[in-house]
Design a protein around this ligand. Structure first.
Ligand SMILES: C[S@@+](CC[C@H](N)C(=O)[O-])C[C@H]1O[C@@H](n2cnc3c(N)ncnc32)[C@H](O)[C@@H]1O
Length: 446
């Protein structure tokens, strides 16, 4: 095996179907009752680790359902694809993966993750970019600074001035200008991702923000960011290793910029859905963090702030359309309303958005097939939003059979979850924040 061949960890070996003639529903129940924690298993094989992304699920989770519930060439959908864990597993297993998201960074990331770019070319181009950027910094500094000032509108420039030191801005401009010259689109996409990964990273990112993918950005004035050039070089080396591992994927992937509440897919055409929606009430604010690299790719802060309103689970309450809820979900909303009307509306917004998403999942699934929805619950004014039970109930209200709601314990070392204030660590609610739920839904056969 060469270094660049696929190196799946032993734990990710294909599951043998010990009972291949087990009826579909029994198999689904079996999967939901089995181990869904996957603690101690690698989540960084193939290209899973190209770029940080909060609240990714472990690759073993979609893999398990894809292997047991679909056949090669079947269509596997993730309508909120995020960093692409589901579709990368579909790709590695020879399925046809379909991913939707509205987040421009998620879409870029997914594309790079499932596109086996030519390793030699990317590697050579990457090192040319480094040399070109270093040369520009030392020999064409004035023209670099000039081009930096013409790149952004005023609001975007203010954002950049607040979050990036002047020297970092010069280095990032030098790198992005070299990347923009690359003609081969696949190579350029990959290198843009390397660039983004040095900004949005758990530690030692090049902005003045702390732990960007994990928390809402907090500025640390005394932070001394590492050189963007050095970080680019390191990250390039790491990402090239991931790229080599993609060569063995045989699936076909379609990625679409689209809203999970209105999927551009025909009825009854999908064989399996594995997805994890955002948390309620913007607990993870994707756009706030992703803005840090998207501005360097030509997006303005104004345009990105507008897009932020479209994210499921947002907190804005103007121009929203609230739906009637089934009884338990309504009860939860009403009890939160007794403490905080506004928060209750935010939750109602979330459950309305998820009603539309689950209706779409139901519409596009083939009869008899499964949807796996992984969620965490939230607290509002000290009360549990019971997200798993509510989404199970909402799933039933749009026509699904609720097969089971399984619990998985989070590996706190791995999955980047919303930062929470721990008031009473021993409380039941706090315990639930260390768990998430795997909701098993099935579209009835007829
Ligand atoms: C929890 S993340 C998904 C993580 C994914 N399972 C993974 O492993 O990387 C939720 C995703 O939903 C996306 N999202 C939010 N609102 C959306 C919408 N209206 N339509 C489609 N995707 C949306 C976010 O951009 C984010 O990428």
């Amino acid at each position: 095996m060469t270094t660049w061949q696929l190196q799946l960890p032993l734990t990710a070996k294909p599951i043998t179907r010990t009972q291949p003639d087990m009826p579909y529903r029994a198999r689904f129940e079996d999967l939901l009752s089995g181990d869904l924690d996957f603690h101690g298993k690698s989540s960084t094989y193939a290209s899973h680790d190209l770029h940080s992304f909060p609240a990714k699920f472990p690759p073993q989770l979609p893999r398990k359902f894809i292997e047991w519930l679909t056949d090669p060439e079947d269509r596997v959908l993730d309508p909120m694809v995020g960093s692409g864990t589901t579709i990368l597993e579909a790709f590695l297993l020879g399925r046809r993966g379909i991913g939707f998201d509205i987040d421009p960074l998620a879409l870029r990331l997914c594309k790079a993750k499932v596109t086996p770019a030519a390793l030699k070319e990317v590697s050579e181009t990457g090192y040319l970019i480094l040399r070109g950027a270093e040369r520009a910094i030392t020999q064409e500094r004035d023209s670099l600074i000039e081009s930096l000032h013409h790149r952004f509108d005023d609001a975007t420039q203010n954002f950049i001035d607040y979050w990036f030191l002047p020297e970092t801005q010069v280095e990032l401009t030098a790198l992005i200008r070299e990347i923009e010259k690359v003609q081969n689109v696949v190579t350029r996409d990959f290198l843009e991702l390397v660039f983004s990964a040095i900004i949005i990273t758990k530690s030692s990112g090049v902005s003045l923000a702390r732990d960007l993918p994990h928390t809402r950005p907090h500025k640390i004035n005394e932070k001394k960011p590492r050189s963007a050039i050095t970080n680019f070089q390191r990250r390039l080396k790491k990402n090239l290793q991931s790229l080599g591992a993609l060569a063995q994927g045989t699936g076909k992937i379609t990625l679409l910029n689209g809203n999970a509440q209105a999927l551009a897919l025909q009825d009854n055409t999908v064989d399996l859905i594995v997805t994890s929606p955002p948390y309620a009430a913007n607990a993870i604010d994707y756009m706030r963090a992703h803005k840090f690299s998207l501005v360097w790719f030509g997006h303005s802060v104004k345009e990105l702030s507008k897009l932020r309103r479209e994210y499921i689970g947002g907190e804005a309450l103007t121009d929203i359309h609230l739906l009637e809820m089934p009884s338990f979900s309504q009860k939860i909303i009403s009890s939160i309303a007794s403490r905080d009307e506004r928060k209750a509306k935010v939750l109602h917004r979330y459950y309305s958005e998820m009603t539309r998403s689950l209706s779409e999942m139901y519409r596009v699934l083939k009869p008899g097939k499964a949807a796996v929805v992984v969620v965490g619950t939230s607290t509002m004014r000290g009360m549990d939003t019971e997200t798993q039970a509510c989404l199970g109930e909402i799933g039933e209200s749009v026509g699904f059979d609720l097969v089971d709601i399984a619990v998985r314990k989070l590996d706190r070392n791995k999955r980047m979850m919303p930062a929470r204030r721990v008031t009473r660590p021993e409380s039941q609610i706090e315990q639930r924040m260390h768990e998430e739920y795997v909701i098993g839904l099935r579209k009835p056969k007829t």
